[in-house]
Write a protein that binds this ligand. Structure first.
Ligand code: ZN
Length: 531
């Protein structure tokens, strides 16, 4: 988790300029911060030493049938337990944890072995988080975008009524047999299964509870690893041999600070306190993928609903298309974001940065609840990934509440109600100086935490593609490795702004060509998470 500066309560309150942001994700098989973990004084939180490796499983036909049966049993256990608890909760507002789990554990132990306990533990955790969040919600301590917390979901597809296929395996009930760097076998002790896997294992350390999931017709194994930690003596095979035994691979090269605004048009806009070079990572590809899949999802959804309402069985086929599109959107965006984040962290490291501040998007309205939640979900994901990668360089990450940064003028420090014009360009009516709106936001993030940033004169612009990040504005003699260090302009309006017009054209073009009404809605709807 990103650090707290200064250390405050575990959750970001809206009036706090800096703090730690809450994580909403409870996706299985990913590190979840439910229940919200509070960091002990001076110590590292456990999650900072944890990484999850995802492996593709390639089971044989017989193995696949076996996996399905096991996953089905796990889902039945989860759903049975969750149902019993939901009934109790509705009746009395309380849950008898022990009483509800006892009977079900014994019922499913014959099929799942001790792993039945893992399903129960996870459900316990989900309910405890729910109670915690509910309490915070009632006390008004939960950030607005959370909405009202709801009890844990069932493991099933709401429409088909089919169970979701998930298998949980206790940390000492499996091991990985690596054949080479890219493949091997996953051995599941309780069921005599030895399933082939493909995938590179980056981290070495003690393994945690394994999650096997069936997603988009494929089986995946998620292996959490406490990096560098040795396994218990009782379970010597519980050590995953990966490439790195520690998360920090590099050390910071200097003490500079970077300030990042996260958006959709410009995925990342970075300004620094030590140089007038700014970085701009453009997300046109991500944006068009996002809208492409969004359209697909909507189309399948409406065909499915129409068929369903008119009594055609073929709605199930379109539901499958719909699920596939949802999965694809997630996978594609994940790939792009991770590519961009890797690049960003590397460049920031080269710039001699040891601390990064990211603006937390303050969301003005919630016109489109779904869009809004999607964006918040992605923002949290992005910041978590960024934090993970920055840790490899020993760079600290802080979250800054971005309230008002889009109206605030980083040039004259005033708040201009109409300062943000032509989307993408911020014009200060007092000084007449124009500045890229996201650079303006990034500079305001710096101000918010007490840093001055030189007015950017060199803007290094990049684009994320499927094959990596490529530069958009190659400038002779200027590389990101050799930033020109100039003294920061004095406070006030002495900095004369030179705008790289090619960047501006890119920005405007990007907004005109592949966006359309959807983006206008998104922007005007106040979803600043994706500018
Ligand atoms: Zn101004």
């Amino acid at each position: 988790m990103p650090r707290v500066v200064p250390p405050k309560r575990g959750f970001l309150a809206l009036d706090e300029p800096v703090g730690r942001y809450p994580t909403v994700s409870t996706t299985l098989g990913t590190l979840s911060s439910f229940p919200p973990k509070l960091k002990g004084r001076g110590g590292k939180s456990r999650s900072e030493e944890m990484r999850t490796v995802r492996l593709r499983l390639l089971p044989s036909g017989a193995q696949e049938r076996r996996l399905r049966k096991l996953a089905d049993a796990a889902a039945k256990l989860w759903n049975g337990l969750n149902y019993a608890r939901l009934i109790q909760f509705r009746a009395s507002g309380k849950i008898d944890f022990k009483g509800t789990e006892h009977e079900l554990y014994h019922k499913y132990k014959s099929v799942l072995g001790v792993n039945a306990g893992q399903v129960i533990n996870l459900n316990n955790g989900a309910w405890m988080s729910y109670f915690k969040l509910k309490e915070m919600y009632e006390q008004g301590k939960l950030p607005r975008f959370y909405g009202k917390p709801s009890p844990p979901d069932f493991w099933r597809d709401r429409l088909l009524g089919r169970r979701k296929l998930v298998i949980l395996v206790r940390n000492d009930r499996y091991y990985l047999e690596q054949v080479n760097g890219g493949e091997g076998y996953l051995v599941l002790k309780d069921w005599g299964l030895r399933v082939k896997y493909a995938g590179r294992i980056k981290w070495a350390g003690k393994q945690g509870m394994l999650t096997i999931k069936f997603e988009d017709d494929r089986w995946f194994a998620y292996v959490p690893i406490t990096v560098g930690e040795k396994p218990a003596r009782s379970n010597p095979k519980g050590y995953v041999k990966g490439i790195h035994e520690r998360i920090r691979i590099e050390n910071p090269k200097g003490g500079n600070k970077a300030f990042i605004d996260v958006g959709l048009n410009n995925l990342f806009v970075v300004v620094f306190n030590h140089t007038d070079t700014a970085m701009l990572i453009k997300g046109s590809t991500i944006k068009s993928e996002y809208y492409y899949w969004k359209r697909e999802i909507k189309t399948y959804q409406s065909i499915r609903d129409w068929l369903k309402n008119h009594g055609f069985e073929s709605w199930k086929k379109y539901h499958a298309f719909y699920l596939h599109a949802v999965f694809k959107r997630k996978e594609r965006l994940r790939h792009y974001y991770r590519t961009a984040i890797r690049f960003l962290a590397k460049e920031i490291h080269k710039m001699g940065v040891d601390e990064v501040f990211v603006g937390y998007p303050y969301l003005v309205s919630q016109d489109d609840g779904n869009e809004y939640n999607t964006n918040i979900w992605w923002f949290n994901k992005i910041v978590n990934w960024l934090n993970d990668v920055l840790q490899e360089y020993g760079i600290k990450l802080n979250i800054v509440n971005e309230y008002g940064t889009s109206k605030q003028c980083s040039i004259c420090d005033m708040k201009h109600e109409n300062g943000r014009v032509k989307r993408g360009l911020y014009v200060c009516p007092v000084t007449g100086i124009k500045i890229n709106a996201d650079i303006n936001a990034a500079r305001n993030i710096a101000k918010r935490v007490g840093y001055e940033t030189p007015m950017p004169r060199k803007i290094l612009s990049y684009m994320v593609t499927t094959n990596g990040v490529k530069p958009l504005t190659p400038m002779e003699g200027v590389t990101i490795e050799t930033p020109t260090v100039k003294p920061s302009p004095k406070k006030g309006r002495e900095g004369v702004m030179l705008i790289d017009t090619s960047v501006l054209i890119e920005v405007l073009r990007g907004r005109i060509t592949n966006v359309g009404d959807a983006l206008n809605n998104l922007r005007n709807g106040g979803c600043q998470g994706f500018r």
